[in-house]
Design a protein around this ligand. Structure first.
Ligand SMILES: Nc1ncnc2c1ncn2[C@@H]1O[C@H](COP(=O)(O)OP(=O)(O)OP(=O)(O)O)[C@@H](O)[C@H]1O
Ligand SMILES: [Mg+2]
Length: 232
């Protein structure tokens, strides 16, 4: 197992009120697989992947990522893990506005130990001809391609995606999903993706349905569907 989580708990306290957000999550995902997390707004999906990605910490539980127990790492080691092993893709791209496409990718590759080649990565997301453009000169789908390039250039073990197609139309979403599927195949990257779109679950090896901070159901797809055949 690449991801092995057991009894993960997380609560937030505001004033005197403590609210339990994650109530004992357990989940597993094999190396090289795609996992999709579905669930209503506020159910704890982003909190969960932020903890898996080392952006946030849990209160208790065990989180093994490729054999590494991340919950017991100190801050320095956790930052190391996040930088080295994790790629993040968000709904609203988060590109640096005053850097070109190429520079947005190089900022990341420059601090990585074994980065992929920037031009190779740009080619694999179909953005070679836009290398010298600024984010404001790109469509939403193109910006998301760049943010995927930025996430994969460091050759992460795990790609975490928080509603990567949430701000995109149908055909652009589908091409972004195809791209993620290609990354998964080409580099063997394990992918964990949050979505509100139940149709996307068909391309996942495992589907986790989250309800109020708990995993209500896990589905295992013996046969996954290529992204280009998904309709909604
Ligand atoms: N830093 C924080 N302090 C207090 N409460 C928080 C904090 N972050 C998240 N929450 C609360 O935790 C709950 C889960 O939030 P989370 O962002 O994980 O939900 P989500 O499933 O990703 O929702 P959405 O689909 O709307 O993105 C929400 O009720 C939210 O208000
Ligand atoms: Mg969220």
């Amino acid at each position: 197992m690449f991801i092995e989580i057991s009894n993960l708990k997380k609560s937030y306290t505001s004033g005197l009120v403590k609210t339990e957000i994650l109530k004992g999550i357990g989940m597993e995902l094999n190396k090289g697989e795609i996992g999709v997390i579905l669930g209503p707004s506020g159910s704890g999906k982003s909190t969960l992947i932020n903890i898996i990605g080392g952006i946030d910490r849990c209160d208790s539980g065990q989180i093994l990522i490729d054999g590494l127990e991340i919950n017991s790492l100190n801050d320095e080691k956790l930052t190391d893990y996040r930088r080295k092993d994790i790629g993040f893709i968000f709904q609203f791209y988060n590109l640096v506005p005053n850097l070109t496409v190429g520079e947005n990718i190089e900022v990341v590759s420059n601090i990585s130990k074994s980065p992929l080649n920037t031009d190779e990565v740009l080619a694999s997301v179909g953005m070679t001809d836009k290398k010298f453009r600024f984010p404001r000169e790109l469509s939403g789908g193109e910006q998301q391609r760049v943010s995927i390039a930025r996430a994969i250039v460091k050759n992460p073990k795990l790609l975490l995606c928080d509603e990567p197609t949430g701000a995109l139309d149908f055909s652009t979403s589908r091409s972004i999903l195809q791209l993620l599927q290609q990354v998964n195949k080409k580099y063997g990257t394990t992918i964990l993706m949050i979505t509100h779109n139940t149709a996307i679950a068909a391309m996942a090896n495992r589907v986790y349905k989250v309800r109020s901070g708990e995993i209500a159901e896990i589905l295992i797809n013996e046969k996954t569907i290529p992204a280009e055949r998904i309709e909604w």
